[in-house]
Design a binder for this molecule. Sequence first.
Ligand SMILES: *Cc1c(COP(=O)(O)O)cnc(C)c1O
Length: 458
Amino acid sequence: MKDLNVPYKIYLEEKEIPTAWYNVRADMVNKPAPLIHPGTLQPLSFEDMQPIFCDELIRQELDDTTQMIPIPDEVLQFYKMYRPSPLIHAVFLERALDTPAHIFYKFEGNNTSGSHKLNSAIAQAYYAKKQGLKGVTTETGAGQWGTALSMACAFFKLDCKVYMVKVSYEQKPFRREVMRTYGASVTPSPSMDTNIGRKINEEYPGTTGSLGCAISEAVEAATSTPGYRYELGSVLNQVLLHQSIIGQETLAACKKYGIRPDIIIGCAGGGSNLGGLISPFMGEKLRGEADYRFIAVEPASCPSFTRGRFVYDFCDTGKVCPMAKMYTLGHGFIPSANHAGGLRYHGMSPILSQLYADGYIEARAVEQTSVFAAATTFARTEGILPAPESSHAIRVAIDEALRCKETGEEKTIIFGLTGTGYFDMTAYENYNNGNMTDYIPTDEDLEKGFAGIPNLPL
Ligand SMILES: *Cc1c(COP(=O)(O)O)cnc(C)c1O
């Protein structure tokens, strides 16, 4: 019954790698709301952003109209080190689930950084170098973004300063060492080297940090060091643009082999992999050329889409960054300490937020024990040890495939397998020992986060 006549692993040829990124904003009727200045509440201009971001990246951030943006040659060359990434037909998983559904996954973990984040890191490092900068700063939570940017900076010979959320710095010493091997300096956050780090340490003594505070520190370091800019691995429009390479390749592979997905699923932290995977398909949907269901999967312990508010909020805890209109749990929200599955950011990409508000995307929140159960099933059938983040998408892909088993529908499901989980073995250990628990924030817990959201007349 399963003869789709496609290879188990679909690789495009090198010459078939798309040479332009796709900008989904060009096809959106309701554009994502602009970033605004927290003082003036005015949209940020090019000049406002110049002290923080590289010039070309600001142009991309602000560009709501250019549909295709050519990928620079140097970036394409680097992409060829690990791209095209395979679209894999999950036949072993299908067999184990005994489902009539066809399941495919786009695997982005085939590079040393272990995740899709390299797709944007390369572009961002390239534009910094081209502008003649000395270095860049950034934050990293679990470590994938910091690792990716370290690799990209090594390639383009740029200095890279990473502020790593303290709890990860301590729990993931090997991630830290990978970054240092690529030449980055890694500082646990909150640190005592920045004003905002000292302030956060004073306000919350003993805090193990959050992505929001690490962002504040990295921005401060960039804006106070000549020749440096800040780079961010998710959430921003430019990052979704770079990540569209995932969707462009997936769409090309689908066209080549006659695969027609019914459902496309991705995990959602800040939204970059999901946005990148679905963008070209979303473009077809927005232009009325095809129809797909898109499902964003988030942790029940950090449920921005399913329980957050669609309002302007700060992108970081320290309130040094601009504000974005997005689904948010409040910039002060810190997920429960027992949450091991990544995807801890309080907000969500403004592009995906707008598409979700307009009804183009569905969202589902899943509990971490069920995520690790799905990860285990996947590892034992397909062989790849998935990142906990990616496993949120696996969970819902399995759920949808099991639903097909009940209804007998032969749906085609594609999900994003964003990375590998070799640096997450403490979380797997907890799961294997039966020590993993679920924590779903109560409405009261969430109210505390919402209370910190500024009340703007917007
Ligand atoms: C960072 C990361 C994510 C989540 O980030 P998005 O911007 O939502 O894509 C998911 N999976 C992996 C492996 C990651 O490293």
